[in-house]
Design a protein around this ligand. Structure first.
Ligand SMILES: *[C@@H]1O[C@H](CO)[C@@H](O)[C@H](O)[C@H]1NC(C)=O
Ligand SMILES: *[C@@H]1O[C@H](CO)[C@@H](O)[C@H](O)[C@H]1NC(C)=O
Ligand SMILES: *[C@@H]1O[C@H](CO)[C@@H](O)[C@H](O)[C@H]1NC(C)=O
Length: 408
C-alpha cells in the first residue's frame, strides 16, 4: 500500500485542498473559503503564483433574480467549499509536470477557489435571508485571510505572479494594489490576466445583463467595503462597479500586466451577451445577426487591447482569433506544439517567460511582446485546429481523477 501511495503522489501532481484560517471568511453557502496549494521547490522555492479561479459573477437583472441565482450557485463548485475535491491537478500554467510547464512547474502555487459569487471581493456582515436560506457575501475576507497566512513568505519571495481567468483575472488585477502594499519594492509583482476583459456592451437581446448585475452586486456587497482597488473606487463614488470594466480598471494598475485573450471569448459572449449559438467551439450554428454581433464584440476586444498596449510599454498580449476561454489553463493551447502564427515557435509559455524576463530586467527599452490577431474566425489555423481537437475546458476547471485501487 505504501508503494501505491508514493506512486500516486509521484504520478499525478495533486495539489491539496486547504481552508482559510478566518472563520468569518466563508463562501456563499457559509462553508469556509478554500484554496489548493503546492509548495515550491528548487529554483521555484521563492517564487509564487497566486491564481484566482474564474467561475462567473452572480447574474440577475432584478434583485429577485440575483438572489435566486445566488442560491443556485450555492449548490455548485463556485458557491461552496463542500463541493471541492480534496486534491486536484491542473493544466497549462498551473501544471506541475515539467515537460508541460517548463517555467512554472516548481513554483509555489496558491490556487484560490472561487466561491463568493462576486469576483473574490465584497463584504457584507449579515447574511441575506432569501426564501429561508442564508446567503453570505465575504469574498474579501477569503483573500485577506490567504494573503495574511502567506505574508512572510510573500515578503521574502523573488517574484509573485497574480494570475486569473475570466472574473478571476479581474480579481488578480484588482488585488495587485493591496498585495503590492504588503511586499517590499524589491519583489517583482506581475499580473497575467486571461479572458479578463469585461467590456460595457448590451446583451444581444438589447438588455443590459452585465451592467445590471454589476450594479446590483455593488449595492449588495460593496457598501460596507469597497472594491479591492481603492484608487479606482475613489474615482467612482457609489459606482465602483465601473472598476470591473477593463477600460477603467487598467488606468489604476501600476504593475506590469500580460493579457491573454481569445478575441472570441466564449464565456463573455455566452454569459454576458447571451449569445447561445456557439457549439463545438465554432460559429457554424450562428445566424447572420449573431455573427454580426459576435464580430462587433471581436472588434471591441481588439481595439481595447490595442489602445491599452500602445499606451503602456510594460504591457504584453497574446490575443488570437480563437473561440475559447482560458487559453493558459488548457493543455492543448499551452502546449509547446501550439504556436501562433503556426509553426513560429511563439507559444503562450515561451511568450510569457520572455515577458517575465524582460519585466524583471526592467530596462524599459526592450521590444514589447504584443500579439493581437487581425483575421476573423476561422482564418487563424491554430485556433481552428484547437476547436477540432478540443475537450472544452471552461475556467481551466479541471478534470476529476478517480483512482481505482484494485484488490489483488
Ligand atoms: C508529463 O507530460 C508528458 C508530456 O505531455 C507526458 O508524456 C507524461 O506522461 C506526463 N507525466 C505525468 C506523470 O503525467
Ligand atoms: C452615495 O450613496 C449614499 C447612500 O445612498 C448617498 O448618501 C451619497 O450621497 C451618495 N454619494 C454620491 C457621490 O452619489
Ligand atoms: C509535439 O509534436 C511532436 C511532433 O509533431 C510530437 O512528437 C510531440 O509528442 C508533441 N508534443 C506534445 C506535447 O503534444
Amino acid at each position: 500500500m505504501f508503494i501505491i501511495g508514493v506512486m500516486l503522489l509521484y504520478c499525478c501532481y495533486q495539489l491539496e485542498l486547504e481552508y482559510v484560517n478566518d472563520d468569518q471568511a466563508v463562501c456563499l453557502d457559509g462553508s469556509l473559503g478554500s484554496y489548493y496549494f503546492q509548495k515550491g521547490y528548487k529554483e521555484g522555492k521563492n517564487k509564487f503564483l497566486i491564481h484566482f479561479e474564474g467561475g462567473d459573477l452572480i447574474l440577475g437583472s432584478s434583485e429577485e433574480e440575483y438572489f435566486r441565482n445566488a442560491i443556485l450557485k450555492q449548490g455548485t463548485l463556485y458557491g461552496s467549499s463542500l463541493n471541492r475535491a480534496l486534491s486536484q491537478d491542473f493544466d497549462g500554467l498551473l501544471s506541475q509536470n515539467q515537460s508541460q510547464n517548463i517555467n512554472f512547474y516548481n513554483w509555489n502555487i496558491i490556487y484560490i477557489n472561487s466561491c463568493d459569487g462576486t469576483g473574490h471581493q465584497g463584504y457584507r456582515q449579515d447574511a441575506i435571508d432569501y426564501e429561508q436560506k442564508n446567503i453570505y457575501f465575504r469574498g474579501e475576507l477569503i483573500i485577506r485571510s490567504i494573503i495574511a497566512e502567506y505574508s512572510t513568505q510573500l515578503q521574502n519571495s523573488e517574484v509573485i505572479i497574480l494570475s486569473g481567468c475570466s472574473i478571476g483575472a479581474v480579481a488578480a488585477l484588482q488585488w495587485s494594489q493591496y498585495i503590492s502594499q504588503i511586499i517590499p519594492n524589491s519583489v517583482s509583482l506581475l499580473c497575467i490576466a486571461d479572458s479578463g476583459i469585461l467590456i460595457d456592451m448590451q446583451s444581444i437581446d438589447g438588455s443590459e445583463l452585465l451592467k445590471q448585475s454589476l450594479k446590483i452586486m455593488n449595492y449588495v456587497v460593496n457598501i460596507e467595503s469597497d472594491v479591492p482597488i481603492n484608487s479606482c473606487a475613489r474615482n467612482y463614488p457609489n459606482q465602483s462597479w465601473k472598476c470591473f470594466y477593463f477600460q477603467n480598471l487598467l488606468n489604476y494598475i501600476t504593475k506590469p500586466v500580460f493579457i491573454i485573450q481569445s478575441l472570441y471569448d466564449f464565456g463573455f459572449l455566452q454569459d454576458y451577451l447571451k449569445i447561445e449559438c456557439i457549439k463545438d467551439m465554432t460559429l457554424n450554428y450562428c445566424s447572420t445577426i449573431e455573427k454580426d454581433y459576435i464580430n462587433y464584440a471581436y472588434t471591441q476586444f481588439q481595439s481595447t487591447i490595442k489602445s491599452k498596449t500602445s499606451s503602456n510599454k510594460k504591457m504584453g498580449s497574446f490575443a488570437p482569433s480563437c473561440i475559447s476561454n482560458c487559453l493558459f489553463l488548457n493543455s492543448a493551447s499551452f502546449s509547446i506544439n501550439w504556436s501562433i502564427p503556426e509553426k513560429s515557435g511563439k507559444t503562450i509559455s515561451q511568450t510569457l517567460s520572455k515577458w517575465i524576463e524582460v519585466q524583471q530586467r526592467n530596462q524599459g527599452d526592450e521590444d514589447q511582446l504584443v500579439l493581437i490577431d487581425d483575421v476573423y474566425w476561422p482564418n487563424n489555423q491554430p485556433c481552428a485546429k484547437l476547436a477540432s481537437q478540443s475537450i472544452f475546458n471552461r475556467y481551466g476547471n479541471i478534470l476529476y481523477f478517480f483512482f481505482i485501487i484494485l484488490n489483488f
